[in-house]
Design a protein around this ligand. Structure first.
Ligand SMILES: [Zn+2]
Length: 97
């Protein structure tokens, strides 16, 4: 889990026993690092809860998330067809040769 890695390293903060409890201190940057995983559905429930809570209270990150999700949806919609077409062509080429 890389949730705190960047933050801790950058701020050079001493490790705190309450690190896992400091929900309110999650930075916007940390949240935005997690948004990709959230869109992916690869966040575990605990982290998703933190992100959700932050998004509820942070319009800036919320709009960042909306944009990211829209972008990811768009990107996913486009290349999947392209990719499968390209893949088919490549497979056809392989079986021909
Ligand atoms: Zn935020």
């Amino acid at each position: 889990m890389t949730f705190f890695d960047g933050e801790v390293a950058q701020a050079a903060q001493p490790r705190s026993t309450t690190a896992g409890v400091g929900v309110a201190e999650i930075s916007h940057r940390a949240i935005r690092d997690l948004l990709g995983d959230l869109v992916d559905g690869s966040l575990d429930e605990r982290e998703r809860g933190r992100v959700d809570r932050h998004l509820d209270n942070c319009p800036a990150c919320r709009s960042w998330y909306d944009t990211l999700r829209a972008t990811v949806d768009a990107v996913r919609a486009l290349p999947s067809e392209e990719a499968s077409r390209g893949l088919k062509a490549r497979l056809a080429g392989l079986t021909e040769s």
